[in-house]
Write a protein that binds this ligand. Sequence first.
Ligand code: F6P
Length: 327
Amino acid sequence: MSEKNITIGLLTSGGDAPGMNAAIRAVVRRGCYKGFRVIGIKRGYLGLLNEEFVELKERSVADILQAGGTMLGTERCLEMHEEDTQQKAADICRRNGIDSLIVIGGDGSFTGALRLAERGVSVIGVPGTIDCDIACTDYTIGFDTAINTAMRAIDNIRDTASSHAKCSMIEVMGRNSGYIALWSGLASGAEQALIPEKGDCDPAEIMDKVSLHRERGKKNNILINAEGVGTAEDLAGKVGERGGINVRTTVLSYIQRGGSPTCRDRVYASIMGAKAVDLIADGKANRVVAYKGDRFIDLDIKEALAMEGAMNENEEYICEIMESLSL
Ligand code: F6P
């Protein structure tokens, strides 16, 4: 495969994340710079199956660096769990002369890529999800913007919670991971972050801590509920019932997934997108770009997906610090 004749397929898959556009731009421009052809695939794996292709040149990605979302569109494609569909997708890649497919998304999207790799398609994964829940990497595109957006929203809620001396519970995203809750919580002076990694939440224990803070003269109580522990509505009801108070809930939902990416998300997404192209230029296949220990690295996709993330001592320590700083 001579460098000049390489065709890259590019798709974004799963939940969108701020910075995905920066990564798309980097893949396209770095690819063109290396003399490659880049085909954008719309709507993730669904678009691949429907052959929704668009040729991307340098100017096709002008003015998208600062925009949230993904210009290619994205979908959650459940059909990709089926073997027939995986084979169909691999055949489409081959028939359309795609030498290497770059997939920007989370671990579900990487699993789809692995299935294609097992069917002979060369793939490269770039981590893009606000959840920061891919075990092989310390950073995923979109996480930094999501925590900053959540932090600002919590700051706003604090203003009114303080004026009205209220207890507020804010539900943030993260699927089964508590990173968004932990980071946005510590950054906004929350009292408690209720995260799935810590196991079941005891409403009585949560309320006891709230009461203690009130006795010490706190005017507001900010509790962050990661969606993985259950809904804020349900938990707030139980906590409030226990203490005989009204716990007001706010669900941040897509507010924290949209918006213009932060500087960090733009920079890391640009580096990761460019690195994905460089791996292809170096003849590498079936790799995942990752960020570990302050370095951008690449790992075998199968090994990367086999890694397991558990709550580490550091995160437990952060939780404990958060509670002690909000007294
Ligand atoms: O993976 C990103 C994420 O925003 C999760 O935090 C959340 O659980 C999920 O996607 C929501 O998915 P949907 O877009 O289907 O509502």
